[in-house]
Write a protein that binds this ligand. Sequence first.
Ligand code: NDP
Ligand code: 8X3
Length: 258
Amino acid sequence: MESLKNKIVFITGASAGIGKACAEAFAEEGAKLILAARRISKIEELASSLKEKFGTESFTFKLDVRDRKEVEKSISALPESWKAIDILVNNAGLGRGLNKLYEDDVDGWEEMIDTNIKGLLYVTRSVVPGMVERGSGHVINLGSIAGHEAYPKGSVYCATKHAVAAITRSLRMDLLGTGVRVSSVDPGMVETEFSIVRFNGDEQKAKEVYKGLTPLTGKDIAEAIQFCATRPPHANINEMIIMPSAQANAFVIHRESE
Ligand code: NDP
Ligand code: 8X3
């Protein structure tokens, strides 16, 4: 296992869920963290709790990954001592709505496409050239089971995660021989703020998603991401699919009745 001590790890969408759990897992192993999301107060709270718990050094900033200029500007303006990013966790993302395509809200499509695909591309485009120059680095993308399967009422979310899968595979080929690795971690149901966001703040509806089963936690996924990040330089985890034991695929789910 490779050490994460003093590695610079950039996590997008670190204010909640899987991103926040990644920050905690990497901090525990002595990494230095670049943490970004739109809710800067949550990011700052996290950074100060990690400082207290593990003595973690963090660099934090407010970032909307959909804003191409903001992404380019904030990454190129990183202080010299934070520029040499070792690991990029492209985690910021969301589902918005769960509706039949022909009845769906088009604004939600824009939001998902702009965040999950274009945002991930903007961040990757800004970070990877430095990795190539240094001859080392690791990009870890948050895909999804929705990038392997399509499910009803999820056409655009599934399309965005299929796009992430394609970007992951192409980028891996583009980077072959550069010393920069590319992995994708693709979960099934993880209980985070994901469903609350998907259902526009309807917490009751969000709870129903996980009714009668034990979903994955952000920590489960952070541990998988950490596993990818700690393989020796000659080994790369291309993709990892992780499901709750009660979930066989995107729509075959075993629920215990109460
Ligand atoms: P959460 O809603 O808990 O967290 C999402 C994170 O993304 C938040 O920190 C949010 O921060 C950030 N984010 C969203 N939009 C933007 C934006 N425009 N710019 C910057 N940051 C943004 O969800 P999860 O932790 O579950 O999701 C993380 C990733 O995992 C996503 O890519 C998701 O698609 C993927 N995933 C989730 C699964 C699940 O079942 N939960 C399963 C498979 C994949 P803020 O709002 O502060 O900007
Ligand atoms: C998010 C989980 O079940 O909507 O990627 O595909 S799911």
